[in-house]
Design a protein around this ligand. Structure first.
Ligand SMILES: Cc1ncc(COP(=O)(O)O)c(C=O)c1O
Length: 299
């Protein structure tokens, strides 16, 4: 749609991005394993916030967009996750997102926020970009948007960009009626006031406290802790340790996935309405697994 609206072809996406498994979205994805059978030659990948130490990634992108000889064509869109989920829980700052938004506007590109993983309250607000005070041109939503685990995804489009002709963008399984009903009910139930947001932020404190304690206790094992809301990553120095910790947790009936370019990050992604005692229990299982790995590697 952004290509249609702007009559341009190029789309900018970022290192470590993950945007799904269909043709165009795979072309936008960074991971070469997933991307191996797809070619989208109209994608330019740029470094995400913090991708390289001491590199101002916005200044870098700005230079490519300003310079008519940079080899990067004017983009139809810039698509970005405010926190890269599959890419390793890489967190963009509010400042970086704001500058990106301004840059997109300046160059006539639409800003698409892929909020499939970070949206629907995951970071504390309904949309993950609210803290940066921007207004994207499009927003992708999926995962828990139905509120009930039913298949449902959405593309929110600023009205001025809604240029589809009738049935131009269609598909067999559009419009899951039950998911519409449960999705609308979930929005009403969880988002009519700020109490759900507040409870997410309180639960975040449980995660931060436990994860930072782990990092401080086992600095030889844990490299960093980062995230927002109920979306945290624990990065290990050694990807094998992340794998072992995840397996140990699974033995204790706790599912924690690994993510990142080398699967070196354990992702903490609990249900947003998880009871505090269960969250504490999960963090304690994780702590035990890290301790076991720490004892194993230091012996
Ligand atoms: C940021 C992001 N975008 C897109 C997708 C793909 O979504 P879907 O499976 O609904 O196509 C995912 C899946 O994890 C994702 O994390």
């Amino acid at each position: 749609l952004a290509r249609k609206v702007t009559k341009r072809k190029n789309v900018i996406s970022f290192t470590n991005a993950f945007h799904g498994m269909t043709g165009v979205s795979l072309g936008l994805t960074g991971n070469s394993y997933h991307r191996q059978n797809v070619q989208d030659n109209n994608v330019t990948r740029m470094p995400y916030d913090g991708y390289m130490e001491n590199l101002d990634t916005i200044a870098y992108l700005r230079k490519f967009l300003q310079d008519k000889s940079s080899g990067v064509d004017d983009p139809a869109a810039i698509i970005v996750e405010t926190i890269q989920g599959e890419g390793g829980v890489n967190v963009a700052s509010a400042h970086w997102i704001r500058e990106l938004s301004q840059l997109a506007k300046l160059h006539g590109a639409l800003l698409i926020i892929d909020d499939v993983q970070a949206g629907c309250g995951r970071t504390g607000d309904f949309f993950s970009f609210e803290f940066s005070d921007i207004s994207p041109d499009m927003v992708c939503l999926s995962k828990s948007i139905s509120g009930y685990g039913l298949p449902f995804s959405l593309l929110l489009i600023a009205p001025s960009h809604d240029k589809w002709d009738p049935a131009e963008d269609n598909g067999t399984f559009r419009g899951n009626n039950l998911a519409f009903i449960s999705g609308a009910a979930a929005i009403k139930y969880f988002w009519s006031d700020s109490s759900f947001s507040s409870s997410i932020r309180l639960k975040e404190k449980i995660i931060i406290r436990a994860a930072e304690q782990m990092r401080d206790m086992f600095p030889q094992v844990i490299k960093s802790v980062r995230g927002r809301g109920l979306f945290y990553g624990i990065e290990f120095w050694n990807p094998e340790t992340a794998k072992e910790v995840s397996a140990k947790c699974f033995e204790k009936k706790l599912i924690v996935e690994t993510c990142g370019s080398d699967d070196q990050v354990i992702k903490l992604f609990p249900a947003l309405n998880i009871p505090d005692n269960l969250l504490n229990r999960g963090m304690s299982i994780l702590n035990d697994a890290v301790q076991t790995q720490h004892n194993f590697t230091s012996n």
